[in-house]
Design a protein around this ligand. Sequence first.
Ligand code: C2O
Length: 574
Amino acid sequence: MADLAAFVFMFVTLSMLSCFQSFHVVAHEWPAGGSTRFYDFRVQTMRVTKLCNTKEIVTINRMFPGPVVYAQEDARIIVKVTNETPYNATIHWHGVRQKLSCWFDGPSYITQCPIQAGQSFTYEFTMVKQKGTFFWHAHVSWLRATVHGAIVVYPKTGVTYHFKHPYEEHIVILGEYWLRDVVQLEQQVLASGGPSPPADAFTINGHPGPNYNCSRNDVYKIDVVPGKTYLLRLINAGLNMENFFAIANHKLTVVEADAEYTKPFTTDRVMLGPGQTMNVLVTADQPIGKYSMAMGPYMSAQNISFQNRSAAAYFQYLGAVPNSISLPAKLPNFNDNLAVMTVMDGLRSLNPVNVPKQIDTNLFVTVGLNVNKCRSKTPQKNCRGMNNGTFAASMNNISFVKPTISILEAYYKKIGGQFTVDFPGAPLQFADFANGAPNSAPNNTQAINGTRTKVVKFGSRVQLVFQDTSTVTTENHPIHLHGYSFYVVGYGTGNFNPLTANFNLIDPPYMNTIGVPVGGWAAIRFVADNPGVWFMHCHLEIHQSWGLGAVLIVENGKGEPETLPHPPADLPRC
Ligand code: C2O
């Protein structure tokens, strides 16, 4: 017994130390058994200078990007989050399915009230049958811009990858950087009724690279040994843009998407929407030199201004002349929808999977923008959307409004007045969504406000078809579902037609965020076997702020293994 205690103590100590590891580590050996990982997250402000500008940003432990959470499949992760800033905070563990632990999921006003200044909350969950690259991020206001970091979950001891073990692995976080305070920025954008200004720079692991003002030396770099193969864990933690990623003269082989294995697929570039993660292999098989690793915009919407310059990092061979010019990476055009489709077509589950064939709950959900009529007495100030209206966004034309306490708490404690259960399973009005939805903004592009949820029975086999609308503009929307991974059984352009839609029920990818094609549709399937209150929303932050979301409530099943436990004692209060 004493030995065991000593071992546990030692392991816990080691776990805490690992908070301070740098994040390009060589994959290491792991002690056997279901382990527990402890982390101490302090939400703290920090002064940083980027693009010749010094400002305060909100971080975890004064790191940007934040500390990496390392674990192993089936491990328990415990993170105490203490808020030492004046802002409200929560942390969401993106892609973690939170089996029977919905209380620890993190989206503000959905599963918890924010952690207020000076308060703390301890998140506890298990990586049940999950491994791969995930990330954590703030899920309140626009703090995610700087409050984010990777979660790396290794296979169980002795279990190998489905590809040759890489020589080294590196985390590559794609981000967006604003010189303005992002909490104020959200408020200002919402108050204006208009669009969000673009980010001041894209970043790779927090570094913009040489293409921006004053950033020639603010560059992330990976040193590589000629001939070796590297695993890059790509994470898009950006707010409002989808991004292409490519390395000059090098092929990328995708082996995992959204923390699930895929059939190896080799490509010149990938596209990740915010909320998506992807593991790619890169072999240093080119002449010794300095190659650019670049992140550029994918903008499928019309008439939106966006950051057009790409962020660049270096993929630098040992022996390359340090000050040499780097070879530029070839990124697709910002509007190359075909390049995006090609990446999607390449994503297949590694092995045949068990897709629900019979469906109990069939939902059809439109996703898109709205323009509401101006209600302000100062339209020049507050109605800067299209045709002097105010921008909004919706699912089935319902614009999601956050309640004043969390929906989970209201549901669990049967507190009335916080939400309704009438989220429609289909649009209230059908139209040619993809090509000609009502578009006389703001006269007939009005959304209905509501905190509406859809209640689903435990064990239901759900199919959900997302349909992009052309109200204001068609656009690729990265739709994320909390609490589940889902099979992406089909997608296409135009309007969804059940008679002609082609479904892959053999080896569809198992994802948690699906980029619904611009002016098109995507169909997902999953079994609702995880009780709780689960947010489903566009991971473009501005769309979420405008209401592009809805909530699924999955009821308890029978007995303890199918029932959500009691809330933790330290659950934050609003
Ligand atoms: Cu990564 Cu609800 O978010």
